[in-house]
Design a protein around this ligand. Sequence first.
Ligand code: HAM
Length: 484
Amino acid sequence: MLAATSSTRTSTEQNRLVANDRKRALFRLSFFLRAFILPSEAGTAEPASTPGEENLSFLVATKSKFQAIRGTRDLLPPETALWNRVEGTAREVFGAFGFGEIRPPILEPTELFARAVGGETDIVSKEMYSFEDRDESSTSLRPEATASVCRAYIEHQMQQLPLPVKLYYIGPMFRRERPQKGRYRQFFQIGAEVLGGTDAPAIDAEVIEMVMTFFDRLQLPGVQLEINSIGHNADNCRRGYVAQLTSALEKVKDKLGTDSQRRIETNPLRVLDSKLEREQPIIQNLPRIADHLCDECKAHYAAVKRQLEMRGVLYRENWQLVRGLDYYMRTTFEITAAGLGSQNAVCGGGRYDSLVELLGGPPTKGIGFAIGEDRLILSLQGAGKVTTVAARDVYIAWMGEHAQSTAIRAAKSLRAAGISVELPPVGQKFGKALERASKLNSRYALILGDNEVAEGSWTLKTLADGSQQKFSEPELLDFLKRSL
Ligand code: HAM
């Protein structure tokens, strides 16, 4: 609520402040309704005008069930075990290449992405979740993290650290795209960036080698790496090429779809990665960037390919690979995997040597990539490479007053030894307890009745074959440590 406490304020002033405060609250509510709650593509009508109090009372009055917002989802056990394994492997592999973790915020100034990713890109012009914050500044949920990493590099003066600075991140990104298999509005990326130092082609190759090593470690099926060089922004290089491409596109404009026609004006390079079947023969006849690279960019690209070969990394060249973000120059790459349908890019990246400067920092070389973790998981699951069974090592089937305190003590010492234990909150008949133990995929059931407690001899049942063994308390811990 508004705090208009000054005794000098008149009641008219107070009313005006209350009205303003309420207007701001309704504006915010309207933003969340439009962005998150009312799914416009699903055919639900959006509110005709800014919601007033009627809309608010409508919300309160309806007892509708809540559901995850369109394009977002809950990740649940046992699948989350796979997510953790994937992220753990990323930490291991990236750590072995000398990368440290950065955790940038999810909220950033809208202007950061407009400047870095590009105001004309789909990401910035159509897909960002942006809102006016309480101080009336425009804030966005991050659609990607390269801009954030560069912002952090500048903010923390990382150019003073030993260069290059090698950082990786894991976390959610937000883009308001049309949801489909492998495409979500909240999705996760595992990304890495190398900043500062040189643009030596060995850096490009090592970054690519690192992501390929990671995929290899996970046994990701059908991995294919495509690379390209899009040169740099100069008349004797990409700018000259784009001029030629634009005039070639103007000549075939009538045969192109509306998206590509629009892109001739906004971003002609993006026409090259159109997926429209009927545009493919036209695209094949367009001028190619490889024929227009300046000598330095040509030499850099040739050296990147040599460096990849030295590392035994297999690649395919794809002259149409231009990527959808404005900051790229020279090396671009994408990696696809099996089982993903049309959304089969699991990783995209490239070099962005002028981005840090564009954001107000010192001249800095940069290259990186981001892996779509949701797609990576889908591909692993599709290949049946993963068994994600949530299992307990031991289910403690206890019954009786004395048994409960022994069961609590047993659970504590087994858990301290790293053994996973299910301890039911109330005593159960042994038949019921064993049923539940199997449902939870427990390996053993520890049977603790008052008799077992009195005798100090505990029964351990192996659920797979029904066999039983008796142990004293220390013997049991010893046995479980050896057998699990
Ligand atoms: P990007 O190509 O926009 O690049 O995204 C990288 C990867 O994120 C994609 O290849 C895809 O796997 C995944 N991804 C993108 N959008 C979605 C979505 N809506 N749902 C599910 N997965 C998605 C970047 O974001 C750059 N920042 C990469 C980079 C880092 N370049 C240099 N450094």
